[in-house]
Design a protein around this ligand. Structure first.
Ligand code: PAF
Length: 282
């Protein structure tokens, strides 16, 4: 496995892989890797001839007052994980490499970025879309792997790639969970012991919503109440949102139908946890 820090070096390696007929897989990350990231690498290595992981904590997607400065980092351990997964190349650029001059061009995605995370973190998805557009431009034609835990992020990135005719296939991969159902996230390290003990309430709230739908409930507000009632059991958590929406548009358009997504965001102390799950209504 090779580790590079410049865009030019990464492009040269990827061009060489493509020249010899290889397909490229891209796994964009902000580092502090866990089994969720490893599962994206496993999928990319299985599907493609050459896999590049990027490790870059993107300042554009953090608002003032969010955890940019304290975001957990451990490059040495990250590289061990990438190597064990059979990754070919890691691009770990500094901020100066990614944003050598103050950025004047940003990418914003409209409707799909507006609700849910977009309401609570209004600048977040423009930051994500901008850095992912840059990473897609660096990687060139490829498959790009994202965790379904960040469901809205997948929807935003997919929409951007579609609207801008980017030669990238966006591949969502299933959420990887701890034994008690908590979705793996780099930010789980922020949880104090008592918060960690309560955090699986997100999974249980999603389950309550899924059960309500399985029992015939089609009113999103009623499904959301069922989810909220479960989260209320966790006295250390503050709910940001619980939502039952159509999976593509991330809004409701009447009674729930076809592909439905349940999404939840809860603040536990310093950790803002998100999770989601979905079902199909026949
Ligand atoms: O999901 C993440 O880790 C980040 O949002 C991403 C896609 C790497 C962009 O910085």
């Amino acid at each position: 496995m090779e580790v590079v820090t410049t865009i030019a070096e990464a492009r040269a390696r990827l061009d060489a892989a493509r020249r010899s007929g290889g397909t490229v897989g891209l796994v964009p990350t902000m580092g502090y890797l866990h089994e969720g990231h490893a599962s994206l690498m496993t999928a990319s290595v299985a599907d493609n001839d050459f896999t590049m992981v990027t490790i870059f904590v993107n300042p554009l997607q953090f608002a003032a007052g969010e955890d940019l400065a304290s975001y957990p980092r451990d490059l040495e351990r990250d590289l061990e994980i990438c190597s064990a997964e059979g990754v070919d190349l890691v691009l770990a650029p500094g901020v100066d490499e990614m944003y050598p001059t103050p950025i004047e061009t940003t990418v914003t995605v409209d409707a799909v970025a507006r609700p849910l995370e977009g309401r609570s973190r209004p600048e977040h998805f423009a930051g994500v879309a901008t850095v992912v557009a840059k990473l897609f431009s660096i990687a060139g034609p490829c498959r790009a792997y994202f965790g379904a835990k960040d469901w809205q992020q997948v929807a935003v990135v997919r929409r951007m790639a579609h609207d801008l005719s980017m030669p990238v296939e966006v591949v969502p991969c299933p959420t990887v969970r701890e034994h008690d159902g908590l979705a793996m996230s780099s930010r789980n390290v922020y949880l104090a012991a008592e918060e960690r003990a309560q955090a699986p309430v997100l999974r249980r709230a999603l389950d309550a919503g899924l059960v309500a739908i399985a029992e015939g409930e089609r009113d999103a507000a009623v499904v959301e109440s069922a989810m909220a009632a479960v989260v209320a059991e966790a006295d250390l958590g503050t709910v940001d949102y619980v939502a039952a929406v159509q999976a593509d548009a991330l809004i409701t358009d009447g009674p729930l139908h076809d592909e439905v997504r349940l999404l939840i965001a809860v603040q536990f102390g310093k950790a803002r946890l998100i999770d989601n799950d979905g079902c199909h209504i026949d």
